[in-house]
Design a protein around this ligand. Structure first.
Ligand code: PMP
Length: 434
């Protein structure tokens, strides 16, 4: 085992933070509960690299959990934010920047006609669910085990026992009555979906799925299954919501909708569209969006919605993403990175799979060549991830602090960064399988 990096200053900051915040953090997974050691407190980032409070340097594959597809401190994004800083931080009134970002999105994305900006992915999904309920005048929603949609009440629900059951709350504080409106089933199970629809056909407002489920490993679904979702929802007058908070503008400007060639009814976005600032959005056809206030009866609002700083960052970022070949290059870079690691894994005969789509990847410690459902992941396999994660940190590579989290490659990752990472991953895998 390599020598552990110094975490003296991070540990001091964490001790202090525990006095202020529950668990010392403002979002639970940051607490490093699933991996070795105290969380690293990050001081700064530039391109593909971050530095922590102890001045350890890392090549970053967490990328702020996805938003930083251009890497840290991109000059165009930074300049756009700096320019807006001179003009003011927030007005709570419309600005031309909202038009600009909307135009950029809507002219390059054929799956939505109107959009509403909010401040987080959670808010985007919560609002999309309300729109679906308001439009259909039905209450129940179907979600899938292993998909995360933010922390609003209706969505903090896990599968109950039995094939077709109402969900159970997965957080204290979520009223049972709310959980009863959410039906949770397994991914990739047509029969379960058919049974739910035959039991509750005229009560189901929407089926919600992550564009490509990427919050519980990377559970890439077959095209055929996604088309089945489209068909069954249409047959029963329910809406199909694609939660593209991760996949939106990551797989391409048109996200998973284009990847699967599917027209969802509502699409939610977050992360990348804010260029690293807090933004979320939901979009749909003009007809559906006419139901949102002040045009329609579905209320949704926000003091900081369309915030000028966040809009400026988003515009600068998305302009770069809209350039020809941006996504092709990302994908090629990721594929060659993953192929090289796979070749090593094959040579060593390690029980590891790397699932990948676009510039997203996930290491699964298993022999199973395909994983499409949350319950196909063996929790014990996470022990190996823990060892790999520690070894990677010791070698200057920052992966997300849980084996269920996916990794992201940004345009700032150079071939040199990737080569350095490949060598570190080989060592980390040797350590995990020693
Ligand atoms: N939906 C998906 C698919 C997500 O990945 C996330 C966050 N990881 C959310 C919703 C919630 O977004 P936020 O954390 O910005 O509230």
């Amino acid at each position: 085992m390599e020598q552990d990096i110094s975490r003296v200053k991070s540990a001091e900051l964490f001790e202090k933070a525990k006095n202020y915040f529950p668990g010392g953090v403002n979002s639970p997974v940051r607490a490093f509960k699933s991996v070795y050691g105290t969380p690293l407190f990050i001081e700064r980032g530039d391109k593909a690299r971050i530095w922590d409070a102890d001045d350890n340097e890392f090549i970053d594959y967490c990328c702020s959990w996805g938003p930083l597809i251009l890497g840290h401190n991109h000059d165009k994004v930074r300049d756009a934010v700096a320019q807006q800083l001179d003009k003011g931080l927030s007005f709570g009134a419309p600005t031309r920047l909202e038009n600009e970002l909307a135009e950029l999105i809507l002219t390059n994305n054929s799956y939505i006609e109107k959009i509403r900006f909010v401040s987080s992915g959670t808010e985007a999904v919560m609002s999309a669910i309300r729109l679906a309920r308001g439009y259909t005048k039905r209450d129940k929603i179907i979600k899938f085990e292993g998909c995360y949609h933010g922390h609003s009440d209706s969505l903090l629900v896990k599968a109950g026992s039995g094939l077709v059951t109402f969900g159970e709350t997965s957080s204290a504080g979520v009223p049972k009555a709310f959980a009863e409106e959410t039906i949770v089933i397994s991914l990739n199970d047509k029969q379960a979906l058919e049974e739910v629809f035959s039991s509750f056909s005229d009560q189901i407002a929407a089926v919600i799925i992550e564009g490509i489920p990427a919050n519980n490993g990377l559970l890439i679904q077959d095209k055929d299954y996604i088309h089945f979702l489209r068909q069954i929802t249409q047959e029963h007058g329910a809406l199909l919501i694609f939660d593209e908070v991760i996949t939106g503008f990551r797989l391409g400007f048109e996200g998973a909708a284009r990847y699967y060639d599917i027209q969802p009814d509502i699409i939610t976005y977050g992360k990348i569209i804010g260029g690293g600032m807090p933004v979320g959005a939901y979009g749909a056809s003009k007809e559906l969006m006419a139901h949102i206030s002040p045009d329609g009866g579905v209320y949704q609002a926000g003091t900081l919605s369309g915030n000028p700083i966040a809009m400026s960052a988003g515009i600068a970022a998305l302009r770069i993403l809209a350039e020809p070949d941006f996504y092709t290059k990302q994908e090629e870079k990721t594929r060659s990175f993953i192929d090289t690691i796979r070749a090593y894994i094959d040579r060593r005969n390690y029980a590891v799979q790397i699932f990948t789509v676009g510039s997203i990847f996930w290491f699964a410690f298993t022999d199973q060549k395909s994983i499409k459902r949350a319950d196909e992941i063996d929790p014990l396999s996470m022990e190996k991830y823990k060892v790999m994660h520690r070894s990677l940190l010791n070698q200057g590579i920052y992966f997300g602090p849980s084996g269920y989290e996916v990794g992201f490659i940004s345009s700032a990752h150079t071939q040199e960064d990737l080569n350095q990472t490949i060598e570190a991953i080989k060592t980390a895998l040797d350590t995990a399988f020693a």
